[in-house]
Design a protein around this ligand. Structure first.
Ligand code: FE
Ligand code: CA
Length: 524
């Protein structure tokens, strides 16, 4: 993983015995569906309980998850909520004045899930836009806008979605979401580093995290609540449904399954921390009940589809991965990184992905995941190659298996979406990227960070001589806006000139197109 500041960070310590015992004592608080802790009481709020806005996600052709969270005091532990469950009503309409309500209901928000609400709005029409809102006591939430997918056998003419990742609160403002909203995507893919776990003041000075490095459930909750008070992030969530997945910073920098990058943290300690982090993640995101965590385990990889135009695979390359080879140092592709036992996906997810890709009949097969798949040598001078062991090069054998699978099973138009690296890349993928004479079998569009790293640089590293797979590279901040049709996939790299002060201007920096049937990246 490429984190500009990470070398400056040293962890202050590992999970204390106190924390271990606290977690053990709170295990009974790990939520069970339906176990909400009694009947709701009437409530009136002294300030807006919907301070973190609304969100929707994981749509299919007849349903979508609607999300909110009650917290009149979002920056205080407990969110300013009472010690009892609270009733929340919700409604979905075809108009934003809610004259034509198509479905509605009520549910209970309770402390076990941090007073979060996840509603599966069902029985909706395919390929339709809807409005939704929540009410509790005498308070009404902001209005969210969401949509369903076309039916699985539909042949839609176009799909527009945004790709974003890496939004460090302290290092930059989320201004680029303003332009993303104006771009009017159907969907957003967030590829991880939605929050950063670091202590206040350790990452930047644009604004400040609350509290120490986060480890407990309350600390993770508070960090998510702080991020979600951002008006641009809130507005983007209210604009369209999101598919979210995590990377490392939702738990701990560069963790791998149950292994911490910090010395002296045992797997058991990391799993306890992971359980806190995963629960807080589930609470904050518009995820289906199938993603409800069970202790330190959470099913986040999943698929969706936009008719026959696109099959969408959302992957999890953190929870099941083996430890980074070469002590996570950058280096050449040596025996350690080529070890066929190394895995980013884990066997179960890999089998699921391979099978799902084989049975897909979509024109475009889109893999939304975290770390760069192209074998990019990042050494700018000198002889020794420099590959990131936290990314696919550290898991080169599994990477090869995946690209061979795409080639051998003629998976239609595989496009890999990536975050993590805080810079823009467009790559053509081969079974072995070092062999330029091999045919390309897939393409990869890597989005830069939304804010992590502060204002970027318009000066790109010149790495293309060493890396025939790379067609574009840039180090500014921003996101990618993608337009998909039965004939073409267009990736528009949008960059913002300023994230350290308000008023940044987002513009198109470079635009690339891939024609269906030919995994070659052209300038649009
Ligand atoms: Fe990041
Ligand atoms: Ca990362």
């Amino acid at each position: 993983m490429f984190e500009q500041f990470s070398s400056a960070f040293q962890h202050e310590g590992h999970l204390s015995r106190r924390l271990f015992l606290t977690y053990a004592a709170s295990l009974s608080a790990v939520p069970l569906l339906g176990q909400t802790g009694g009947t709701p009481k009437k409530i009136s709020f002294s300030s807006n309980p919907f301070s973190m806005g609304v969100a929707s996600g994981d749509p299919d052709h007849k349903s979508v998850i609607l999300w909110t969270r009650l917290g009149p005091k979002p920056l205080e532990p407990g969110g300013g909520m009472p010690n009892h469950p609270v009733e929340v009503r919700w409604e979905v309409a075809t108009d934003d004045s809610f004259k034509k309500v198509v479905t509605s209901g009520k549910t209970i928000a309770a402390s076990a899930l941090g007073f979060s609400v996840h509603i599966e709005a069902k029985g909706l029409k395919p390929d339709h836009w809807y409005y939704y809102r929540f009410q509790s006591g005498d308070a009404t939430s902001a209005i969210g806008r969401t949509r369903t997918m076309p039916t699985p056998d539909a042949k839609p003419e176009k799909l527009r979605f945004a790709v974003t990742s890496c939004q460090h609160w302290e290092q930059g403002l989320f201004t680029a979401y303003q332009q993303m909203k104006r771009d009017q995507p159907d969907l957003v893919f967030h590829l991880g580093d939605y929050i950063y776990e670091y202590a206040a003041g350790r990452g930047g000075n644009v604004r400040r995290h609350l509290g120490p490095e986060i480890e407990t459930l309350e600390q993770y909750r508070l960090r998510y609540c702080q991020y979600r008070t951002d008006p641009d992030l809130q507005a983007m969530h209210a604009t369209c449904p999101w598919f979210l997945t995590w990377d490392d910073h939702e738990v701990d920098n560069n963790y791998a399954n149950n292994i911490s990058e910090q010395q002296g943290v045992t797997p058991a300690q990391l799993l306890l921390r992971r359980a806190n982090a995963y629960q807080a993640y589930y609470e904050m995101m518009p995820l289906r009940a199938s993603s409800l965590p069970k202790g330190p385990n959470m099913q986040l990889y999943r698929k969706g589809n936009f008719g026959k135009l696109a099959e969408l695979f959302v992957l999890d390359t953190r929870q099941y991965r083996s430890n980074q080879p070469n002590n996570d140092g950058r280096g050449p592709l040596n025996e350690d990184s080529l070890n066929p036992r190394n895995t980013l996906l884990g066997e179960e997810q890999r089998k699921w992905l391979f099978k799902s890709m084989e049975s897909s009949t979509a024109t475009w097969n889109i893999l939304a995941q975290q770390v760069m798949m192209a074998l990019v040598d990042r050494n700018m001078k000198g002889e020794t190659a420099s590959y990131s062991m936290d990314q696919w090069p550290g898991y080169a054998a599994e990477r090869q298996k995946l690209l061979e699978h795409i080639r051998d099973h003629k998976i239609s138009n595989a496009v890999v979406l990536t975050g993590d690296i805080h810079s823009n890349w467009a790559n053509e993928l081969r079974v072995d990227d070092l062999k330029a004479d091999l045919p390309t079998v897939a393409t990869e569009f890597v989005t830069t960070s939304l804010s992590s790293g502060g204002n970027g640089s318009s000066q790109a590293y010149d790495l293309s001589d060493r890396n025939p797979c790379n067609k574009f590279h840039n180090r500014e901040r921003g996101y990618i806006m993608c337009d998909v049709t039965p004939k073409t996939y267009t990736a528009d790299y949008k960059v913002i000139n300023e994230v350290k002060k308000p008023g940044g201007i987002t513009r198109s920096r470079a635009k690339f197109v891939v024609e269906a049937g030919k995994p070659i990246i052209h300038k649009a």
